[in-house]
Ligand binder design. Structure first.
Ligand code: FES
Length: 232
């Protein structure tokens, strides 16, 4: 027989105490407590970086950070959502901003304040090597920055903890844009596909998709995934 008993645990959301079922993520606990998330909530799958959260577990002096959609609550956890961190974000015209040390230091002079403490790496919910890509940025190894930061979700938690007040995620974003715009050779396949789109090659297919019921699209998607899985 199924056991339907739900264990409730206390959580403290922005100073207010609620009882929520054990095993929920912070995001689901917030919603269970009655919060309607219009900010700080996006993909719900650990991809968009919208749900940065600060929390402290019972009995621990250390503040921790994580994504609300990926972090599970514990009894007596203190939670504070951080849907936006006011990090420095440089303004630039990417077409004329070429990747060189002068441009990067001019846009983000605080880069030189990095003291190599590794706090950024420890606070990254995606477990990226943030300090290593910042070191690569200082050394001018831009391809390494791209490689190490590609999965950044721009949640801002690295900036929230950096004692030198860098915004590593924004610095990496600038470098990825510069490299993409100025260093990587344009892909001939992409150019060809764009031409095909312009010529209307996919119009019929797109039109068909737009007029398909959501349930039918879901079914097709699952069939496609199953075919892909079977061919791996
Ligand atoms: S909601 Fe997108 S990462 Fe959490």
């Amino acid at each position: 027989m199924q056991n339907d008993i739900i264990t409730l645990i206390p959580v403290i959301v922005m100073g207010k105490r609620y009882e929520v079922p054990h095993g929920l993520t912070i995001m689901k606990a917030l919603e269970y407590a009655g919060y309607q998330l219009t900010r700080g909530c996006g993909c719900r799958g650990g991809v968009c970086g919208a749900c940065a959260t600060i929390y402290r577990k019972k009995g621990q002096y250390r503040l921790q950070v994580g994504l609300a959609c990926q972090t599970v609550v514990e009894a007596d956890i203190y939670i504070l959502q951080l849907p936006f961190f006011p990090a420095n974000k440089a303004l630039y015209e990417i077409n004329t901003t070429i990747p060189d040390d002068l441009n990067i230091i001019k846009l983000y002079p605080e880069l030189l304040r990095c003291m190599g403490c590794n706090t950024c790496t420890n606070s990254c919910p995606m477990e990226l090597e943030v300090m290593n890509y910042i070191s690569a940025a200082i050394a001018g190894n831009y391809e390494t920055v791209v490689e190490l930061s590609m999965e950044c979700v721009a949640c801002g938690l690295c900036a929230a903890r950096c004692p030198a007040e860098l915004a590593p995620f924004n610095i990496a974003l600038l470098i990825r844009r510069m490299v993409g715009k100025h260093l990587i050779q344009p892909s001939p396949q992409l150019a060809q596909r764009l031409e095909e789109i312009k010529a209307g090659k996919y119009e019929k297919e797109l039109h068909g998709l737009k007029n398909t019921a959501p349930g039918e699209i879901e079914k097709k998607y699952k069939e496609l995934q199953a075919t892909k899985g079977a061919s791996v």
